[in-house]
Ligand binder design. Sequence first.
Ligand code: FES
Ligand SMILES: [Fe+2]
Length: 382
Amino acid sequence: MTTTPPSVRSGTAPSLISTLPGPCYTDPAIFALEQERIFESLWFCAVRGADLAGPGAFRTVRIGRESVLVTRNRKGELRAFLNVCRHRGARLCTEESGEVRRNLQCPYHAWTYDLDGRLIAAPNLVRMPDVDRVAYGLRPVHLREWLGYAWLCLAEEPPSFEDTVLGAAVERLGDAASIERYRTEELALGRRITYDVRANWKLIVENFMECYHCATIHPELTEILPEFAEGFAAQYYVGHGAEFAPEARGFTVDGSAGPGRLPSIADEQDRRYYAITVKPTVFVNLVPDHVILHRMFPLAADRTVVECDWLYAPEVVARGADLAKSVELFHRVNAQDFEACERTQPGMSSRVYREGGVLVPSEHHIGTFHHWVTERLADRPG
Ligand code: FES
Ligand SMILES: [Fe+2]
């Protein structure tokens, strides 16, 4: 993030700087390294807490190369474990979601774990008094809750959540309070759309970080946010939110009024749009009457599933308000963005892109992301 718009940059910086080389977006070996050193090492936004309604509800989610089981214990607290039986390694839950009554039982030889992961039963366990039920419990995964989501980290020693996750919002908005005012954790799910994108996850991050493409591919968005048609404004000023067009009544596909401002946001946040990237896989969009949160699940070098949640005040969802025009605006933006990413992916394998392409000045901040990826991959011995 920089506070200097490209138009006032000193004349010495070159207009075009290099991107990552094409193979970074296609090579399975590089993707495997990213799984190890990025997705399995950093905080990964996995599950929305409200999707686990009560004790025994579970979801399985893939993080890097691991399957992780997220559940609620009897006290209603979220817990996460590697989805691997400690006996002979069978996958404990094969469904994406479900509910168990009291315990998690492996379907192979019936080792049984409570919802805190302790081994509580197994055939003939009483005849094996030396077996430590905690040591042979499910392997826990670090878990933090923020914005109503479970953020998981597979690293033995996770990086600071405050620096790497909360810090991204502070870096973008200038302070920690600005995002908290949306009270995202109290909002209700109005709509969820899952996109299966045939593109590398980094193309999706890069696209989200720049606005050079907005005038070309986002006609509806630039109607509501005219400064996005300029291509650079919003990303370059810490704390700046793009202002709605005077004639826009709400953040909707046709500029009609939305469901109404969230009561806790500040006056200066009204009629403004803020976008935050929380590396490696989360995008948060804040508008006066809802929050849009994207979670990416990179599945292969050329395939990324993106789950997008539209979150509204609980009473708006409860009264069955018509959210179609509200959801449609960013659904179109998503579809336009992902189509652009899919159009770009095949070019990454072309010989002309072997050394990469270029970034224009309004995209130079993407170079910081490239630098971050490169450092992560080079960081530690494999
Ligand atoms: S592998 Fe799970 S009980 Fe044997
Ligand atoms: Fe876009």
